[in-house]
Design a protein. Structure first.
Length: 79
């Protein structure tokens, strides 16, 4: 197992969009360098390669689902 390595691409500006990775032999672990205690993603080696290739596609983020309609108020008539 190796220690954590920071990504060679740290994002625009001050480079605050960093990920770190660690080779665990049969798996690769990935974590947020700004919050390493918040957990890791762990991938088998082959799956990690597919994950990185998918990131390189830079697909647009899908739009969130529409908000459900707000029901009309029920007006009570005279008693």
């Amino acid at each position: 197992m190796t220690g954590w390595r920071k990504s060679s691409y740290s994002g625009p500006g001050d480079g605050d969009s960093c990920a770190e990775m660690s080779d665990r032999g049969t798996h690769i672990a990935v974590r947020d360098s700004k919050a390493p205690a918040h957990g890791t993603l762990t991938f088998p080696l082959g799956v990690f390669t597919l994950f990185v290739e998918a990131l390189k596609l830079d697909l647009p983020t899908p739009a969130p689902p529409p908000e459900p309609p707000v029901p009309a108020p029920v007006l009570a008539g005279p008693p």
